[in-house]
Design a protein around this ligand. Sequence first.
Ligand code: C5P
Length: 233
Amino acid sequence: MNRDIIIALDFPGRQETLNFLDRFPAGEKPFVKIGMELFYAEGPDIVREIKARGHKIFLDLKLHDIPNTVKRAMSVLSRLDVDMVNLHAAGASEMMKAALEGLTRPDGTRPLLIAVTQLTSTDAAALKNELLIDTPMAETVLSYAKNAAGSGLDGVVCSPLEAALVKGRCGKGFLTVTPGIRFAGGDVGDQKRVMTPENAGENGCDFLVMGRPITKDPDPVAAYRRAVKEFLG
Ligand code: C5P
């Protein structure tokens, strides 16, 4: 099923990560995200270990390089048997197509490939004054999403507030993977534009990436189940 909650394993190392995963009963295996911090600290072994425990994995390494390099790197990542990986749409269509080729395993299967459009940390001033892009932010994001769809990618990372817009431009089947999710009345932290799991579901989000509302909860298993229930009903 292509709709799920993905828990961001934003931990500094293996032990903290396994301590967290051990809180879940043996039969409950949430979809998880491994980002740069954990991957650079522990290397591919942490991916193999979590996969062997039965979790689906989104490997969030945001590749961005010349097409041949990305293709070869993606080929390595696909051998780790992960379920979702990503890259920067700023690498342009030739790079995205090369990534898809590299990612496809000899048996024809491959992980989902998702594009990052503009980082949410890039504001309108940086877009205009540093990246020298005069097109408004929303239009830039949608244009990058369109390039990703046209290159055969499966979806984009975006704000839950943009999900309906992205689908309107790129098609209903184009996946939206959305961080910035908070429970009603919960701590927003450094996220500026947030949505509840229930509203994100109504807005057409396919995968919700949730970190602190689950990992920092005194009862993370209950928080995870609450998110699944609110999102999937
Ligand atoms: O703790 P929180 O729920 O805010 O975590 C969200 C996760 O999604 C983190 O791993 C964060 O790096 C990631 N993310 C984000 N905003 C983006 C892209 C990724 O919060 N625009």
